[in-house]
Design a protein around this ligand. Sequence first.
Ligand SMILES: [Mn+2]
Length: 480
Amino acid sequence: MSKMKSGKLLVLLVCLNIITLGVIAAAPPTCPSNLDGKCGDSGEWEGEFFPGIPKIKYEGPSSKNPLSFKWYNAEEEILGKKMKDWMRFSIAFWHTFRGTGVDIFGAATKYWPWEDGTNSLAMAKRRMRANFEFLEKLGVERWCFHDRDIAPDGKTLEESNANLDEVVALAKELQGSKIRPLWGTAQLFVHPRYMHGAATSSEVAVYAYAAAQVKKAMEVTHYLGGENYVFWGGREGYQTLLNTDLQRELDHLARFCEAAVAYKKKIGFNGTLLIEPKPQEPTKHQYDWDAATAANFLRKYGLLGEFKLNIECNHATLAGHSCHHELETARINGLLGNIDANTGDPQVGWDTDQFLTDISEATMVMLSVIRNGGLAPGGFNFDAKLRRESTDVEDLFIAHIVGMDTLARGLRNAAKLIEDGSLAELVQKRYKSFDTEIGQQIEAGKADFETLEKLAMEWGEPKVPSAKQELAEMIFQSAL
Ligand SMILES: [Mn+2]
């Protein structure tokens, strides 16, 4: 009985978590008390959005100033590359500027002073100005967006597109010469029309609507100088095979991806297309379960070479993997294109999208990034949100600062490990028996079973060496 109850509760929580990504307008917060009658006024915002917050600077590890970087020093070179070029940090508009703290049990907890409680076009533009002041003060040159989170949905597709154009024109102006989208995407999961999926919906009119939305989102990403375009299949999956044609849905998804590739080429968009794997939430069986599943999908439909993967750490752990496993799986398949930098909670079974603050985890993440030669044209997008209980405006800065510092510290540690060489030596030593003549023949695919049987008889019982796991952990820990 109690088991059933908590199961139902989890499903409810999960549903709401997804919904909050983009339908803040559906439940407008009451006006904050400190607006002095400005509530509902969608006019121009006067002055700064973050008046007490200076431009964030690097002050080094001994600094006690929460509004400074302790480890992230943008211009400093690590392994021959500037930290900012290893990281290519990006802010996620939907969490940072549309997250309200709503959960299944309670209302919004965050009333940012610039919000007027509406989802108007004027409010969307004011919010966009806040986004760019935030980016500039944080010293981050990239941002990521969903179409429907930056501009309100209209009554028709034409009206939604016009709204988007108006906000995008302002974003283009505010970007200036330095700031660009790391990637754009279409929000194909909040609106009820997408309840059966978008590209995998059983309804052809929904498939067409999703195509139109992706077409437009790709156009505006291209117009803004975006470097990638992401597909997160929020509703692409199924609840039960009793009512689902699995093969047909996957075929439709592949046709959708092919059409996206064709359109990208048609408009001259050179950005990388990225698939973001996730195992559950909102559907029980998501089609892009993990990196290996997504890689197999791309391979089956001949889409390798056209897509890479956007690996999200919290999605990795939901799939029963570590983030490091997913990054390495993507990397060795030539598919590591971008990282959604966040983490889950070890005691919680759903997508909590927290800022990564675990130095050990960050070090493993950065080992993969270094082995990948960096992430460009991808980067690190902070797909992470403040906890519901974190309600000060400055918390937006503190969260990103600690997230950036943690990954910067991970980079410094990973570089130490690589420069030291002991860990690589341990791994190399572990496989040294394959550096022999027969080992090389096996790796070249030239050792048949008869040859190997002869050797097995000649050698007798193999002497199996230690894996030295604790030594590997000792070496790893020495760099933290
Ligand atoms: Mn997530």
